[in-house]
Design a protein around this ligand. Structure first.
Ligand SMILES: Cc1ncc(COP(=O)(O)O)c(C=O)c1O
Length: 434
């Protein structure tokens, strides 16, 4: 434990050993709604978005399209829409949600490697800003559907940069030095496409600007080649998301464990610097930069409140604490560090413990070797940094999904009800099976 205040998100303070989220004691929320439950801080969410925006506004024209899959709780997406964020969507459902929340189509980007015809049709009908294609075959499908509708569609192509010492996600895009040029050439010949975008996204929890710097160099070089050889003018340069967040301990994965992680401020500065330099070198002054942050906007704006169900000592000396929410709710907890602290700390004696979830699965471990005050059944723990890839991936594995509470300064309200047992099989029909 012993997290000092500077290591906590701004929305969390400890007063008299009690955890306060904005102005609301966590114990008040627990008493009203029970555990487990997610708590979202509106203040933290808005602050994260606006800080991110400020950092990148230094570039002339920027569109920040929040990556919906990171956490598509409608209240979160709606708050971000009110703050001016666009939407990066990867399915018909996410596109539908963005439209329902009133995100202007001119701020919606559609990505993903497996778009269905129905999803492409939706995107074309809504006149969104850009569909980023992942393959030549997909470009052909977009062109065909657009032609049937008598429309011209804005498209980009996802490229895969070649970054020394860094494995850009291999499943996505077209290799910058192999297939990408050919794809643009083919797209140019397709009559119903307006080829104006280039997209890259190389990973997540990246705490070093180097992969971005290299990506930008390779993208702008290709943009220059496309213009001089094919006359293609790229308006939207989309460098994706992936920006890492910093926590209390070293974050994972860091590409090189000996390397100091950079802060988001430092990363943004290096990115803007190389952008200006490449843009002016290749005379690409009209470029609009698109960013698709997810984790950096939502990670520390949500926490999970849990109750200790059981404690025991395993083997010789390993103290294990079982809480009532595990990887059914925060699926990536075994891979990404989550700060964990007591909701009320009335015990000054510290112990080193492993924190496990309640699932009957060995992998359900959410924190190992944590120094926490001695815990007993009925105590509460807050699992911080639970905003990214938790709610949208939370499962009904053996239990219904819990409620989500939004804290807005000193008020709190439920923005998603907890599910009931019945909800788990609401859409099943097990009658008349004879
Ligand atoms: C295409 C694309 N854009 C944006 C994101 C958001 O990434 P992050 O949450 O790391 O910022 C992802 C996540 O994997 C992605 O695949």
């Amino acid at each position: 434990m012993n997290l000092d205040a500077s290591m906590l998100p701004d929305s969390i303070i400890i007063i008299n050993n009690e955890l306060i989220i904005d102005d609301v004691p966590a114990i008040t929320i627990i008493k009203k709604y029970g555990t487990p439950l997610f708590v979202v801080s509106k203040k933290q969410l808005v602050q994260n978005y606006n800080k991110f925006h400020e950092r990148f506004m230094k570039f002339t024209k920027v569109l920040i399209a929040y990556s919906y899959k990171t956490n598509y709780l409608p209240s979160i997406c709606s708050i971000l829409n009110q703050e001016g964020a666009g939407a990066e969507v990867v399915s018909g459902f996410e596109l539908f949600l963005a439209m329902k929340l009133g995100v202007p189509p001119s701020k919606i980007i559609f990505n993903g490697p497996g778009k269905t015809d129905q999803e492409i049709t939706m995107a074309i009908d809504y006149d969104i800003a850009l569909i980023n294609a992942d393959s030549i075959e997909e470009l052909e499908r977009i062109n065909k559907i657009a032609s049937e509708k008598g429309k011209i569609v804005n498209v980009g192509i996802r490229i895969k940069p070649n970054i020394p010492g860094f494995l850009a996600w291999p499943k996505f895009g077209l290799d910058v030095d192999r297939w990408a040029f050919e794809a643009y050439e083919k797209a140019l010949a397709m009559e119903n496409l307006n080829v104006i975008g280039m997209h890259a996204h190389v990973g997540t929890q990246i705490c070093n600007s180097q992969p971005y710097v290299e990506t930008i160099r390779q993208m702008t070089e290709l943009m220059h080649r496309l213009y001089t050889k094919l006359g293609i003018k790229i308006k939207y340069m989309d460098i994706g998301g992936g920006f890492g967040v910093s926590g209390y301990e070293p974050l994972y994965p860091i590409e090189d464990q000996n390397e100091e992680p950079e802060t988001l401020d430092e990363m943004a500065e290096s990115i803007i610097k190389v952008l200006y330099s490449c843009i002016s070198h290749y005379k690409l002054s009209e470029t609009i930069l698109i960013l698709e942050p997810g984790r950096s906007i939502v990670s520390d704006a949500t926490l999970l409140l849990t109750m200790v169900e059981a404690t025991k000592t395993v083997g010789k000396n390993t103290k294990t604490v079982v809480v009532d929410g595990g990887i059914n709710l925060i699926q990536f907890a075994p891979y990404y560090y989550h700060r964990i602290l007591p909701v009320i700390n009335n015990n000054s004696k510290l112990e080193t413990v492993d924190i496990c979830g309640p699932l009957c699965m060995q992998s359900d471990v959410i924190g190992v070797n944590r120094k926490l005050p001695t815990l007993k059944r009925g105590d509460y723990l807050a699992v911080l940094d639970s905003g990214a890839y938790s709610l949208s991936l939370s499962q009904q594995f053996i239990r219904p999904r819990p409620p989500v509470i939004l804290v807005n300064w000193n008020t709190h309200k439920s923005v998603r009800l907890g599910e009931s047992f019945e909800d788990i099989f609401r859409y099943d029909d097990f009658s008349d099976l004879d």
